[in-house]
Design a protein around this ligand. Structure first.
Ligand code: 7RM
Length: 647
């Protein structure tokens, strides 16, 4: 495979940014005078009142405070919908592609989406939702999910979307943490021909959420569910009773737009808060340039709205830019592994954005599912969520894109709100596996363990030296934790938690997490969450969880479990523990291995040495590094022996 893939001439001819030199010029301008750059970019959205100050940011660990576009008033729903109505009222906003391919796709125009959003907004008001209230949304990938998010923003409520793959426990925790008193869910979700009992899950979650007084239920299947009169309402019945217009609340640029939970290396998932003005500007700008979205394109981000990728690159970015896009309910392998490409052909998709895990899964099914499709409409491919291995990159490029389509390998995080490091399709020569260069306004730095800035070719941890408008402002209800996790490790900088290398040509290569966060099929998870689910079992004394390399999922979950004295580990207990984790978090968090371990490798101060556990889980026994600081070195031999015997 060549080391560098040049920009195809056809892409250069159409692209908004069509050479590396013009990228560099615009990047330099954004860095040398960020205030002017971001003042100008702010006109991407409509303001109800102008802002007086572009930026007021302190990264100091005794006072982390991030504000953009101070004094400005705007509204997300206004910008995603109302301002398009005059020119795009009859243009398709969403092409809803249902799970079952024989069910016809549904085209929803900007005008129709506007009316749907207004109705839901009015229903929320009728059910007592006020400006600033948190509304939890636990929905599958259906148009009502997008409409519900925009309905919240329309009336100044804060949405908290919980991925429909999460368990009742995980849902309950998020509703309690966000102090939500209202939930929007569906009777059932449909994915890959299977039904997901969302309403029943919700009812189980609500047993521990006494403050939730109203549940609005989308009728997706009409399947049977539990029901509580006086609390539960069908959304379509409620929506039929209200007006199809609703005024947009005038929101301060720094009013919260949403909370989204994400896993960290310790404790429970954190509710990251994104605010209004800066987030919208960043979502719009990054979507426009990175996917080179242009009139007439049909864009498709195949992520789920339950993750940040769905928030920024399904809901906000594309709708701000007046895009036509696919909203896909299903999975890549149903009914067959050609589903993605069938959808691409049917709707003439131009941009397609997915995660490496999906690419690897499809690659493993063989080429025939790709070869029998056309895909000639595709112009740009995208990747997100984890490092993409060169083999998967090459397959995506050659087989899916017929060698014609640039791949934008986009690095970002829930915390960053939008893409920070990425190629631009018309400007950047690609190196497979590299996210390449910083986006406009982004100042990445590679640091050594002491926080020294490394120049030129270097490897270390990735920090960002200055703020950008899309950045998360705080952790809901816990600003001290926000400061501690992101701003205390390296004074004055945002710490990403990722390792990174810069090569001789200045390309950035993300090397993966440097903390105890693992990435399972693009789903971010804290090993601590899995551990706490395991130790809840009466027979478990202690647990340590690590990631290990997995061909399809990127990483798998490996659990070392120490049982209480007198208990013997057998397959039944193993199954019970696996089920327990699944129930505590969600099906995607199902452990791949449980190894019973009489002892765990600990330092004399009692710290578990996960580095050793990671090596053993990866069958990499030869170079365990320095184990002389262990309290009891013999523990390691036992662990290796048991791993070899698959006990
Ligand atoms: C968007 C998203 C964030 C973590 C991040 C990285 C990893 C994401 C890439 C990547 C290598 C990429 N948000 N990550 N994108 N690693 N190359 N292009 O995924 O909050 O769920 O996860 O994902 O480790 O810190 S997230």
């Amino acid at each position: 495979m060549p080391d560098v893939f040049p920009v195809p001439e056809t892409m250069r001819a159409r692209a908004l940014c069509s050479s590396h030199a013009s990228y560099q010029a615009m990047y330099e301008a954004s860095i040398s005078d960020p205030e002017s750059f971001w003042r100008e970019q702010a006109s991407r959205i409509d303001w109800m009142e102008p802002f007086h100050t572009v930026k007021d940011v302190s990264y100091a660990s005794d006072n982390v405070s991030i504000q953009w576009y101070l004094g400005g008033k705007t509204n997300a729903s206004l910008n995603c919908l109302d301002r398009h109505l005059a020119t795009r009222g009859d243009q398709t906003a969403l092409i809803f592609e249902p799970d079952e391919p024989s069910d016809e796709a549904r085209h929803i125009t900007y005008g129709e989406l506007h009316a749907d959003v207004c109705r839901i907004a009015n229903v929320l008001k009728k059910h007592g939702v006020k400006r600033g209230d948190c509304v939890t949304i636990y929905l599958p990938m259906i148009p009502e999910a997008v409409a519900s998010m925009l309905a919240c923003s329309r009336i100044g409520a804060v949405h908290s979307v919980v991925f429909a793959g999460f368990s009742p426990d995980a849902l309950a925790h998020r509703m309690l943490d966000g102090r939500s008193r209202i939930l929007i869910t569906a009777d059932e979700g449909v994915r890959g021909g299977k039904r997901i009992p969302l309403k029943n899950n919700s009812d189980r979650a609500l047993r521990s959420c006494p403050d939730v007084h109203d549940v609005l239920v989308v009728k997706r299947t009409g399947g049977e569910t539990t029901w509580l009169d006086g609390r539960d309402y069908w959304l379509h019945e409620e929506a039929a009773m209200v007006e199809s217009t609703c005024e947009c609340a005038e929101m301060d640029a720094e009013d919260p737009l949403y909370i989204l939970y994400t896993s960290g290396s310790t404790g429970r998932p954190k509710g990251l808060v994104h605010t209004t003005g800066g987030y919208l500007v960043y979502a719009s700008l990054s979507h426009r340039y990175i996917f080179d979205y242009q009139e007439g394109d049909v864009y498709w981000c195949a992520a789920d709205i339950g993750w940040v990728t769905g928030h920024t690159y399904i809901v906000y970015g594309p709708l701000l830019n007046g895009a036509t896009q696919i909203l896909f309910e299903g999975i890549p392998t149903y009914p067959e592994a050609s589903r993605y490409w069938d959808v691409v052909d049917r709707h003439r998709v131009t941009q397609f954005y997915t995660a490496p895990t999906a690419i690897r899964a499809l690659m493993s099914k063989g080429n025939k599912y790709v070869d029998r499709t056309d895909r000639s409409s595709l112009l740009i491919l995208g990747s997100v969520g984890e490092p993409i291995n060169p083999e998967a990159w090459k397959w995506y490029h050659e087989k899916v894109g017929d060698g014609r389509c640039p791949i934008v390998d986009t690095w970002w995080q829930t915390e960053t709100g939008g893409i920070l490091i990425t190629p631009l399709p018309g400007a950047t020569a690609l190196k497979p596996g590299s996210a390449s260069f910083p986006f406009f306004g982004i100042r990445p730095e590679i640091l050594d363990a002491e926080g020294n800035v490394l120049e030129g070719e270097a490897e270390g941890v990735l920090a960002i030296a200055d703020s950008w408008p899309g950045q998360s402002r705080t952790i809901f209800g816990d600003h001290a934790r926000f400061t501690e996790v992101y701003f205390s490790k390296f004074e004055g900088k945002y710490f990403t938690g990722d390792g990174c290398r810069r090569d001789k040509d200045g390309y950035y290569w993300i090397t993966g997490r440097v903390d105890d966060v693992i990435n399972i099929s693009g789903h971010r998870m804290g090993t601590a969450e899995v551990e706490s689910a395991l130790v809840e079992h009466n027979d478990v004394a202690e647990a340590a969880v690590v990631g290990f390399p997995h061909d399809i999922k990127g990483q798998g979950i490996y659990c070392y479990v120490t049982l209480n004295a007198g208990v013997t580990g057998d397959d039944e207990l193993r199954e019970t523990l696996i089920r327990q984790v699944r129930e505590a978090i969600g099906a995607f968090s199902k452990p791949d291995f449980v190894q019973f371990a009489p002892g765990l490798p600990k330092t004399r101060s009692g710290k578990i040495m996960r580095r050793i556990l990671r090596k053993i889980a990866a069958d990499d026994f030869d170079d365990l590094g320095d184990i002389s600081t262990l309290a009891d070195e013999s523990v390691v031999d036992d662990l290796i022996r048991n791993r070899r015997n698959r006990h």
